[in-house]
Structures are given as C-alpha cells and as structure tokens.
Design a protein around this ligand. Structure first.
Ligand SMILES: Cc1cc2nc3c(=O)[nH]c(=O)nc-3n(C[C@H](O)[C@H](O)[C@H](O)COP(=O)(O)OP(=O)(O)OC[C@H]3O[C@@H](n4cnc5c(N)ncnc54)[C@H](O)[C@@H]3O)c2cc1C
Length: 477
C-alpha cells in the first residue's frame, strides 16, 4: 500500500471512526461482489458513514486524493452497479448506517428518510402513519431507498403508481466536490427552473450520492382482489389488460404475465403451490386495490373477468376467495426467479416494449432464437402492465447450460436487436451498471450518449463517482 493510500485511510477513519473503516478482506468481501455473484471488485477501503456531513467529508477527502467513490445501498442491484472495479483504487461508501426516518407529514402525505433505510422500513414508517408507500420489490427487505432512487426501481405496482421517480418529491445529494445540495422540498408542484432531482434519479451513483429523500405516500388499500386468468396467446393478454384497465380504472394495481413454462418452473420447485387453471399457454396475475368505503371490488373484478371471457379476451379465470389464497397466487409469480436459479444459469433480459408490440416481439424473437439456439427454451414473465418482460433464455432439458452461457453475447445481440426493432428498451428497471454498458452504446444514438456524457462532465468533471458504470467509454464526444 502506498503512503497516499495509507494517509487517505487515516483521514477516512478520522471521519467515520475506526470501527466503520473496513479494510480487512473478511470485512470488505460482502461489499465487493454483486447480488448474483457475477461481478467481483476490489477497494482501497469500505466506509460506513453515519450522516450527510460524514458522507460529504468522505467524498471531499477522496476527491482531494484523486480516489474514486462507489456508493452502495443494500447491494441487491442486478447490473453490477454497486461493485467497484477490480483495480482496488476506489472507496466504497455504504449508506447502510443512514436509515433514519427524519419526519412523516401525514397531512401532506410525505415522508423524509435517509438513503440507507430499507424499502421495507420506509413502507413500515408509512403504515405507522396510516398511509402507504406504494413501491414494492421482492428485495424490499434488503434494498435501500437510496438504491431504489439511484436505479429508478420498478416493481409490481408501477402500473398504478409509477416507478420510483414518480414517488420522489425532493432529494439531498452529496456532489462530486463534497458540497451538499439540499433539495428536500415536499412540493407536488414546483416549476422553478430545471428539475435537478430528476438527473440523480436513475443515475446509478454516477452523478452524486443521495443521502436523503422526500417521498410521496398514498392512502392505504382497504380492500384487495387478486385473480388469475388463463390465456391462449399474448394478443389475448394485451386485450385483457386493456379491458381490465377500462373496467377497473386506477383500482388496477398489478397485471403480471407468466408463460406456462415460467409457472411450471415455479410449481416444480414449490409443488405445494396451487395450479387452479392447468393447461394454458399464458397466465395473467391481476391485482386490484380500493380505498376505504369500497365494497364491490371483488365483485367488480369477477364481473370484468366474466365479460372478458365472453369477449374472448381470456379463456378462464379464478378470483382468490381469501387473503391466504391471494398470497399463494402471488407466490406462483414471486417464486419464478428463485426456481430458475435452482435450475441453473440462464441468460436474463430485463426489457420493456409498448404493450401493443409485445405479441409481435415475442413471436419474432422466439423464431430468431430458435434458429440459432435450438437447444434453448424461453422463460418469459414480467410486469405486462408496464410492458416490462423478464425474457430469460435457458438450456432446454438435456442441453448444456454452460455452453449456452458461453454464447450469452450472441443471445443478447439477437434479443436486443429484436427489442430495438420493436421500439423497446434493453433495460426496463434494473439499470445499466457494468452489465449493459456496451449495449447502451449500441442502442442509444450518438447524440443521446453525447448529452449523457455532458451531464456527467458537468456534475462530476473529474470522474469521482462510480467509474466504469453506465456510460460507455465511447460516449466521449
Ligand atoms: C430478489 C430481487 C428482486 C428484485 N426485484 C426488482 C424489481 O422488481 N424491480 C426492480 O427495479 N429491481 C429489482 N431488483 C433489483 C434491486 O433490488 C434494485 O435495483 C434496488 O433498487 C437496488 O437497491 P440497493 O439499495 O440494493 O442498491 P445497490 O445494489 O446497493 O446499488 C445499486 C446502484 O445504485 C447506486 N446507489 C446505491 N445507493 C446509492 C445512493 N445512496 N446514492 C447514489 N447511488 C446509490 C449504486 O452505486 C449502484 O449503481 C431485485 C433484486 C433482487 C435481488
């Protein structure tokens, strides 16, 4: 270790305290690998500040020493964005100790929280005030609100409430020179110049470190109806989505798609789960929520589904008769990823398309893959309500998963070219990180890349934050 690294470590220890400067391999290891064990990095140190002033002092010290900084929340990201590069030259700043709920304003339906609070802790704070924070992800027990903001996370309720961006009213951010921007305004209308917070939302730690946020809350759901619909094809799925939106309006909060293969995998690994409508090619898991005073929700969902079946927008449907039944239907959807993991590696794609383009995309991409990869099969599921598909390519039974994974780049190319040709995006909700950096260069225009680079250069001219993430090197004008 050089003298300058040792000096920086001493400075960092003086800021955060010896106990929160981690340098030993056993202590830093969990911070240096991503959630899928795909990316492995190294760091000069991991620091765990407790407070915005400490984060600012850490950034100032690192910037002054010419050392880069990688922000990390719950480390549940799926694109390697929070994993430092292997050079060992970065400092990882973990926000995990900064989890205070600073204030709740029930009359304004807002909460002000520190960035390291987990999503579940924010949901609990909202519930304690008789309100609800509508963002919901399977990782909510571990992911942090700072990470949600930095990745503009989606989840299962985007159809009704929008993604994280739609929940953020204000931000507090430590900038690349260590200054703190206090934009913690709890306003739903504010047209005073450029809306700076939007730049930081979804920037994956490349423009600043979010230290706190003001978030919108909504009224709690007093009644909930959950249904499973069976479908012949994706054209029917898109039609059913339109009909349910029309029938239920903003009470429709979730419309999750599952192929029979995806559902079959979920049940294979959880045989205790129900199989209420066997023998169909596709399924939609539908959720509707209503506020206080609503009494007809389940009946309305049932009627809308009956009308849809009569109009050939679904083959069959069942509505959960209890909260327990609803939970078990949701478990079918929520267990797909875990079931896939147990089956072995697969090439994953988190893509979005206009809902109307999904049937044509799935048909065309399926044919293109079948020609080049006859040994592959597709596991398709996702948030159809937002046009977001998890389009995963796995080895069919008897084929080698390893040889398929070796050709992941060729598979990605086919899938992303098809996505692009159908007006879609290569990243719906997980972001770019280091996983999709090169793909971003291919599917965003030179002008878009140049504008992104100009934003980066304006806010972080010396490249302090999260090197090697999001922007491809080729994006330099
Ligand atoms: C089981 C599982 C299910 C998931 N389901 C979904 C889903 O439905 N929808 C979805 O969108 N994602 C999902 N994810 C992905 C992941 O949970 C989200 O991306 C989440 O928002 C990441 O939060 P985090 O705190 O773990 O961030 P991290 O993984 O720690 O970091 C992610 C990125 O944000 C940056 N970052 C973190 N904190 C800050 C901060 N305070 N300031 C600036 N930058 C920061 C990091 O540098 C990195 O680039 C899932 C992941 C898992 C493991």
């Amino acid at each position: 270790m050089g003298a300058s690294a040792a000096t920086l470590r001493e400075t960092l220890a003086a800021i955060v305290g010896d106990a929160h400067l981690l340098v030993e391999a056993h202590a830093t290891a969990p911070y240096l690998v991503d959630a899928r064990n795909r990316f492995h990095g190294a760091a000069l140190a991991v620091v765990r500040p407790d407070g915005t002033d400490e984060v600012a002092a850490v950034v100032r010290a690192c910037a002054g020493a010419g050392v880069t900084v990688v922000a990390q929340g719950g480390n549940t990201g799926l694109c390697g964005g929070a994993t430092p590069d292997p050079s060992g030259g970065s400092v990882v700043v973990s926000l995990a100790r900064m989890r205070r709920i600073r204030s709740v304003d029930p009359a304004n339906a807002t909460v002000t929280v520190e960035a390291g609070a987990t999503l579940a802790e924010v949901q609990a704070a909202a519930a304690a005030a008789g309100l609800r924070f509508p963002l919901s992800l399977a990782s909510e027990g571990s992911c942090t609100i700072g990470g949600n903001i930095a990745t503009n996370a989606g989840g299962t309720a985007v159809l009704r409430y929008g993604n994280t961006r739609a929940q953020v009213l204000g931000l507090e951010v430590v900038l690349a020179d260590g200054r703190v921007w206090n934009g913690l305004r709890a306003l739903r209308k504010d047209n005073t110049g450029y809306d700076l917070k939007q730049l930081f939302i979804g920037s994956e730690g490349t423009l600043g470190i979010v230290t706190a946020a003001v978030l919108t809350l909504v009224a709690p759901a007093h009644s909930r109806a959950t249904a499973l619909a069976a479908l012949t094809d994706l054209a029917q799925a898109v039609l059913l989505l339109s009909r349910m939106k029309e029938a239920l309006g903003d009470r429709l909060t979730g419309f999750e798609l599952m192929s029979d293969v995806a559902l079959g995998l979920s049940r294979k690994h959880h045989p205790d789960l129900p199989d209420p409508l066997p023998g169909h090619a596709w399924y939609a898991l539908i959720q509707a929520d209503a506020g206080a005073g609503a009494t007809t929700l389940a009946a309305d969902v049932e009627a809308a589904l009956a009308e849809a079946i009569a109009a050939d927008a679904a083959d069959d449907a069942t509505v959960a008769a209890s909260g327990e039944q609803a939970k078990r239907l949701w478990a079918l959807r929520e267990n797909i990823s875990e079931a896939q993991r147990r089956e072995g590696p697969n090439v994953k794609h988190d893509i979005a398309l206009p809902a109307s383009a999904i049937p044509a995309f799935v048909a065309s991409c399926g044919s293109a893959l079948a020609m080049s990869f006859p040994e592959a099969h597709l596991v398709v599921f996702g948030h159809l309500g937002d046009g977001n598909l998890h389009y995963n390519v796995a080895a069919a039974s008897g084929a080698s998963a390893e040889s398929l994974m070796h050709r992941a780049a060729d598979i990605n190319r086919i899938v992303y070219d098809e996505v692009n040709a159908h007006g879609g995006t290569i990243s719906a909700e997980h972001g770019i990180g280091q996983l999709k950096r090169e793909a971003l260069a291919r599917y965003r225009s030179p002008l878009e890349l140049e504008l992104m680079r100009r934003v980066k250069d304006a806010l972080d001219p010396h490249g302090v934050f999260n090197p090697g993430k999001v922007l491809p090197d080729a994006a330099r004008p």
